[in-house]
Design a protein around this ligand. Structure first.
Ligand code: DSN
Length: 441
């Protein structure tokens, strides 16, 4: 029943309980739906039971403004202990001098860096949104709202990567204050090593948005941005790093002043309180990453490559066959000839295969509703225990939707049958409250 109808009832308690029931039921339905589906959105993952327990802890209720150990609010003894420990874990995991675990999301972390180092009198270069950049780096996103207009790097579509000579030329010409890298369709590492000399020549700050590949970087399985000329790395913590929804700023600041600027960019720059329950959950994710991350990252990449191959063999145009499709968790697929990304993402959802439409480099932003592409991520299926062999089955299910355009009812049943064997979360420690791990309904 619609909430609007319920509001006409006289008895307020009954009415409000109905709202509560409605919300709880929707949450349970969502959980049930997802436990029968193939979660393949490249920016999502499944948190571990122990980390999820922290998301429900009393830390959720706390205000912790100000520096650790010198808060503006009392009652932070245990909060401080946790934040101190999580920062240490983050510094060690990413081998950096400075880690800020307060940002609430990847975009929030990006806003913080822009508050610290950007501004209307500053110049920035960045990848283009059509080439897979995150919207926060666009003129219509956080960069634009900070009063800056990004100059975008030339892109080599065949390589699905930056055009190296063109990028060198652009940086030399623009002499940006900040050169930003990283993407949301992040198939291959940007050629930082090749650009290193130009960064030095120009003296720009090099900023890497590693949200999508943070877990792969932590495991040493993608590239080592901080050894390849990057000064600051931001990221959300819930993609290939399978943590809570939040963000981080990681850096090797040039000096104390820059460190303070970065810190002030977060607080008071873009937030007042940060969310301690998610800081605690991130700490658990990082500890699990240290133990299981390498094997997990290896399997994510193997699965993505295997899925790419299996789709390609079924006549689906997965980009970059000549490069093994991907070096990350992500596949970019051109589905123009099969009906377009928007239409097919919806058709896949009807079959309980959850992926998203995506702009391809040749699309303009105006075609965002029906772009040429689909984006698939292997990280959540891997988290559920799937291996390369299972990617054949996944590819076949996708083929039935995308190529054969079969009715979704039967495919949905087959998706459910495949998922039956994959209900546990892998690459994490045992423990956590039973029933709180998203599979308990
Ligand atoms: N919009 C997200 C993605 O799907 O890549 C990142 O924030």
């Amino acid at each position: 029943m619609e909430p609007g109808i319920i509001l006409k009832w006289d008895n307020k308690e009954v009415c409000m309980r109905k709202h509560i029931d409605f919300i709880r039921t929707q949450s349970k339905k969502h959980t049930k739906w997802f436990s029968n589906s193939l979660p393949m959105i490249a920016s999502e993952n499944i948190i571990s039971p122990l980390a999820r327990e922290m998301m429900l802890s009393d830390f959720q209720d706390k205000y912790a403004e100000g520096p650790v150990g010198d808060r503006y609010y009392e009652g932070n003894e245990y909060v401080d202990n946790v934040e101190r420990r999580v920062k240490k874990l983050a510094r060690e995991t990413f081998d950096v001098d400075y880690a800020d675990v307060r940002p609430l999301s990847g975009t929030n972390a990006n806003q913080a860096v822009l508050m610290a180092l950007g501004g209307p009198n500053k110049k920035i270069t960045a990848p283009d949104v059509s080439d897979g950049a995150h919207i926060s780096s666009a003129k219509f996103g956080s960069v634009g709202f900070r009063g800056m207009e990004p100059e975008t790097y030339p892109f080599d579509v065949d390589e699905m990567n930056l055009d190296i000579e063109g990028t060198k030329k652009l940086i030399r010409k623009e002499r940006p204050d900040i050169a930003l890298f990283g993407r949301s369709v992040f198939l291959f590492p940007p050629p930082l090593d090749e650009l290193k000399d130009v960064f030095e020549e120009v003296g720009c700050k090099v900023w890497y948005d590693g949200a999508h590949v943070l877990g792969l970087i932590a495991a040493g399985k993608f590239q080592k941005p901080m050894e390849e000329g990057v000064d600051i790395m931001t990221g959300s913590t819930h993609k290939t790093l399978p943590g809570p929804q939040k963000g981080v700023v990681l850096a090797n600041p040039a000096n104390e002043e820059e460190k303070e600027k970065l810190s002030a960019g977060v607080f008071p720059g873009v937030l007042s309180n940060h969310h301690m329950h998610s800081v605690a959950a991130l700490g658990i994710t990082l500890a699990e990453q240290r133990k299981f991350g390498e094997k997990y990252a290896e399997q994510i990449i193997k699965n993505a490559k295997a899925l790419g191959q299996a789709l390609y063999e079924r006549g689906i145009d997965v980009l970059c066959e000549h490069k093994g499709f991907t070096e990350s968790h992500t596949l970019a697929v051109d589905v123009q000839e099969h009906g377009g990304g928007g239409t097919l993402a919806e058709a896949l959802e009807e079959a309980n295969i959850i992926a998203n439409k995506n702009l391809m480099p040749w699309d303009d932003v105006e075609s965002a509703k029906e772009p040429s592409g689909l984006r698939f991520g292997s990280q959540a299926l891997t988290r559920l225990g799937m291996k390369e062999g299972h990617m054949e089955e996944v590819a076949e299910l996708i083929e039935r939707v995308v190529v054969n355009r079969e009715k979704p009812v039967k495919i949905k049943e087959d998706v459910k049958a495949l998922r039956e064997d994959f209900q546990e979360i892998h690459y994490c420690f045992d423990g956590g409250e039973k029933g709180l791990h998203g599979m308990g309904y």
